[in-house]
Design a protein around this ligand. Structure first.
Ligand code: APR
Length: 318
């Protein structure tokens, strides 16, 4: 099947609109369904439908139109939610966003149980467990089909290393493992290809912290105007594109993603995975960590466990 339906849930938002724009340009997307509660959504779909690319774009507005939006989807990308304001952590978003992801996952379970969900809504560390628990309750859980989008962490790391090394960032390969907030973001700078041109450990530490706090760098710079949207849309579109390439049978499609995992004590963990015809085909693990990276992992695990428990507890209350 080379005929893919991709849904963007939260398509009218700061991430959703540029994400839809990028997906409309992907030749693998034949049907693009835009769902949001915002009244502008059908108009966003009409706007994009005037582009001369093959994807047929349809807008769906409000919960009564959600099942039709989701029906027969191959990939559901979820940026629906409320974004961070200055001073807010990703966890402050929890309750609102948790309910949104719960309801979307329920609808996916009923209308497209085989769809691959790519979750952007924060806190991603908790949202993936929520969607997983909801799919379990519905009896359609497949851990290979639920991914938390951590691609932006990889994209940022590559951009920063490209700058430092004075090379094109798209030639930089750098695994970022763990989760998608603060100390759970673990860039494996020792595995960067090409090697990061930084002489001492202090500078490695500073770069690590910049990658971990890059979301906050955007929130501050936008001064009340929201969090990362354009770079997130780029990252989401890249991940969704890789998922589609995997579905279509392309080999060696590798992306970092936050998935169900048994590599560490944390039952969900991000690292490079191979994407295939059924979602995650293989977990590539994270190779050898140096002493500093082991320290980062040690700091990340308790935070991940806490975030995961918050998600699971929320889902079990539903
Ligand atoms: N169903 C669908 N869409 C919804 C729902 C819902 N129940 N609730 C809100 N939305 C939509 C909003 O109408 C809006 O169009 O989600 C969109 C969110 O867009 P923005 O408010 O612009 O937020 P954005 O910056 O895109 O961030 C969205 O992604 O990175 C995360 O932390 C971020 O969780 C936040 C999410």
């Amino acid at each position: 099947q080379m005929n893919y339906k991709v849904v963007v849930a939260g398509a009218a938002g700061g991430i959703g609109q540029p994400l839809a724009l990028l997906l409309k340009q992907n030749p693998l997307v034949t049907r693009l369904a835009l769902y949001d509660i915002a009244p502008v959504t059908p108009g966003v779909a009409v706007d994009l439908s005037h582009m001369d690319t093959p994807a047929k774009v349809t807008g769906y507005k409000g919960p009564e139109e959600l099942p039709a939006a989701i029906k027969d989807a191959d990939v559901v990308v979820i940026p629906a939610g409320v974004p961070r304001k200055p001073g807010m952590t990703r966890d402050d978003l929890f309750n609102t966003n948790a309910s949104i992801v719960r309801d979307l996952a329920c609808c996916v379970a009923q209308n497209a149980p085989k769809a691959i969900m790519a979750i952007i809504t924060n806190p991603v560390n908790s949202m993936v467990p929520i969607a997983s628990e909801i799919m379990k309750k519905a009896g359609v859980y497949d851990p290979a089909r639920i991914l938390g989008v951590t691609t932006l962490d990889v994209v940022r790391a590559a951009a920063f290393i490209g700058d430092i090394n004075g090379v094109d960032p798209c030639c930089v390969t750098i695994p970022v493992i763990g989760g998608h907030s603060g100390v759970t973001i673990i860039p494996l700078l020792s595995q960067s290809q090409p090697a990061v041109k930084l002489s001492d450990q202090e500078k490695i530490k500073a770069l690590t912290q910049r990658i971990q706090e890059a979301g906050t760098e955007v929130v501050k710079a936008k001064a009340g105007g929201g969090s990362a949207t354009l770079s997130m849309a780029y990252a989401g579109a890249r991940l969704a594109g890789s998922v589609l390439r995997g579905l279509k049978g392309e080999s060696n499609v590798v992306e970092c993603a936050y998935i169900k995992s048994d590599l560490t004590e944390a039952p969900y963990f991000a690292n490079p995975v191979v994407l295939g015809p059924n979602g995650v085909a293989k977990n590539l693990g994270y190779g050898t960590l140096n002493a500093y990276e082991q320290e980062l992992l040690k700091a990340a695990i308790p935070e991940l466990l806490k975030n995961i428990k918050t998600g699971v507890d929320f889902a079990n209350k539903c």
